[in-house]
Design a protein around this ligand. Structure first.
Ligand SMILES: [Zn+2]
Length: 139
């Protein structure tokens, strides 16, 4: 369970404060700000906007990002437009990626063969990790 964080002051100290439009409302004990879980949902959205744009910049296609994050490629396209994200065209390599849990991630890094001749970037993805690998000099 994620702690409910006050959108106003980021405090985790809050109490239930009634139901509004079928959503539980909370009151921050530190700043008295009222918020519903819906506001926390917005925060999670921001997390996925960042991840989606990051993946887009790494060279993944809209469809690939859709598969990884479970977000519609139309939504991702809209974010790319909204934030005016541009990436260079015609790169001569395409990254491959894997979704790994922490255990699999440590196994992956134990094998030197997985690392030679490739750059690897690891980014958090919910409770798993995504590993993006470039093989630039592959024929
Ligand atoms: Zn607060």
């Amino acid at each position: 369970m994620q702690p409910r964080i006050c959108p106003n002051c980021s405090s985790e100290r809050n109490i239930k404060s009634g139901i509004i439009n079928n959503r539980q409302r909370y009151k921050c004990k530190d700043c008295n700000y009222n918020f519903t879980v819906n506001k926390l949902g917005k925060k999670i959205d921001d997390y996925y906007v960042n991840k989606a744009l990051q993946l887009y910049l790494e060279g993944l296609t809209y469809r690939e990002i859709e598969r990884i994050l479970g977000i519609s490629h139309v939504t991702i396209l809209n974010w790319v437009k909204k934030y005016n994200i541009k990436r260079p065209y015609k790169t001569d390599y395409h990254p491959t990626y894997k979704i790994l849990n922490p255990q699999e991630l440590s196994e992956y890094f134990k094998n030197p063969k997985n690392l030679s001749g490739a750059g690897v970037l690891v980014t958090e993805l919910g409770d798993k990790f995504m590993l993006i690998k470039w093989e630039r000099f592959k024929d």
